[in-house]
Ligand binder design. Structure first.
Ligand code: SF4
Length: 445
């Protein structure tokens, strides 16, 4: 039996052309995890995968007994198109991923089967059912799914794909988030908040050859005791690492010291906005705008870099947002910045709220990629939010603003090195995000 897995690409976060100048690393662990689950439980099944975020898919050349597609909301239209193609050839297709997790019932007419939630157990059941001729319509993540001995992603799967980046250096220790920030999808995607045993995570990291690890947890600092024990066990491995956390870590000096000693080089913090009204509108109450600068200074005191993430199009935003945000990031010396547009995802309470208030202005899910404004903002037009988004990316990564942001770094030679890295990061991201910002009306597969 042969299973083929497909990850369709969306409008952003994917490269159209191969280049010898950039490493091609996939955006997620998903393919590595799915391949590992199948190989561990079904050693006799042949498994092949195609990750369209880094390679072209020649669907006509694919032969399989069963096709699995992983999809997020912005790629669901493409997933549906692939499904229609393979089903027309008589090959059954199942789908999983964030979008099918959030709204499995809306997917079931386009696919033979749907996995809602993490696939670790459901995928095994689905394949067994398929072999026994009784594949069900929807498989839900069980409430008591174990996070011990979690399958480790197969990291070498890209080795034969002729890409420069051949090993996944991403790791996930915790899943989901139990905070209730209204605009965020993370509380939904793993059916709650879950931790893997620290020792399991450490064993996995020991297998990674790269000296640099990137945690892809939504919020690695959700449980500070857990993070502390992870730091203690990371220290002897002498790896450098990066992870998303919340600003709350800045209050805990003991933890900051442990982070630094364990090799933490940088953190991604969701500041979301410099407007207190906007923060209040998304119910992220622990983000206090007045504390941001001190929190960043504290992280810098421990030599931890800060990547700040900001969301545009929130209900407290006004026409002064660009200048206020730029001034803030320069004065606060945020090392790297990222900007996205507020996007309510189908299947969440926030989407329902927007729908019930008649604020959804775009039904094409291909545009739900946080780079397009799909709702009517309260105080601005959707067009102006999209313009602000572009403007903030471009101006933040202008040479002058990078220079201002990083003026805190000493000595000078270290600062120059960081300025160059920052400039290149900005150029690559801006090219990737805005290369094809045209309305996707046609889904080519
Ligand atoms: S924004 Fe961050 S802290 Fe809030 S729910 Fe999402 S992951 Fe958790």
């Amino acid at each position: 039996m042969k299973i083929v897995l497909i990850m369709p690409k969306g409008n952003t976060y994917s490269f159209n052309n191969r280049s010898v100048f950039f490493k091609y690393m996939p955006d997620s662990l998903t393919m590595g995890v799915l391949v590992a689950i199948i190989q561990k439980n079904f050693p006799d099944i042949e498994v092949e995968f195609y990750d369209e975020t880094v390679e072209k898919i020649e669907k006509e050349k694919i032969s399989a007994d069963l096709i699995g597609i992983s999809s997020m909301t912005p790629t669901i239209n493409k997933a549906i198109a692939y499904s229609a193609y393979f089903r027309s050839k008589g090959i059954p297709v199942f789908v999983g991923g964030v979008h099918p997790t959030l709204c499995p019932e809306s997917c079931d007419k386009y696919f033979d089967s749907v996995i809602s939630g993490l696939a670790n157990e459901s995928l095994v059941t689905l394949i067994r059912d398929f072999q026994n001729g009784c594949m069900q319509k929807i498989y839900y993540q069980s409430d008591n799914m174990s996070f011990e001995n979690f399958v480790c992603p197969k990291r070498d799967i890209y080795e034969n794909k002729h890409f420069l980046g051949t090993e996944l250096n991403m790791v996930q220790a915790t899943f989901g988030c139990s905070n209730v920030c209204e605009f965020c999808v993370q509380p939904y995607v793993a059916c709650g908040y879950h931790q893997r045993p620290v020792d399991d995570v450490i064993e996995e990291i020991k297998q990674i050859r790269d000296d640099y690890i990137e945690f892809v947890d939504p919020n690695l600092a959700k449980d500070e005791n857990y993070l502390m024990s992870l730091c203690e066990k990371l220290k002897p491995l002498k790896k450098n690492w990066f992870a998303p956390m919340t600003i709350s870590i800045s209050k805990n000096d003991e933890l900051l010291l442990a982070l630094k000693k364990s090799g933490c080089e940088g953190v991604l913090i969701g500041f979301e906005s410099v407007s207190s009204d906007s923060i209040a509108s998304i119910k992220k109450g622990f983000n206090k705008v007045e504390n941001y600068k001190n929190a960043i200074k504290k992280l810098h005191d421990y030599d931890i870099k800060v990547t700040g993430s900001f969301v545009l199009g929130l209900d407290g935003d006004d026409e002064f947002l660009v200048e206020k945000t730029l001034n803030f990031i320069n004065e606060a010396h945020i090392d790297y910045v990222r900007f996205t547009i507020n996007t309510p995802y189908p299947g969440t309470q926030y989407y329902k709220l927007m729908k019930d208030s008649n604020r959804i202005i775009e039904d094409n899910f291909s545009l739900y990629d946080c780079q397009n404004c799909v709702i009517k903002p309260l105080n601005l037009s959707a067009d102006s939010v999209e313009k602000m988004h572009k403007e903030l990316w471009r101006r933040s990564y202008s040479f002058m603003n990078i220079f201002k942001r990083l003026s805190y770094i000493k000595p000078l030679n270290k600062r120059i090195k960081e300025i160059i890295k920052n400039y290149v990061f900005g150029k690559v991201y801006i090219k990737m995000l805005f290369k094809s910002k045209n309305f996707i009306s046609k889904i080519d597969i």
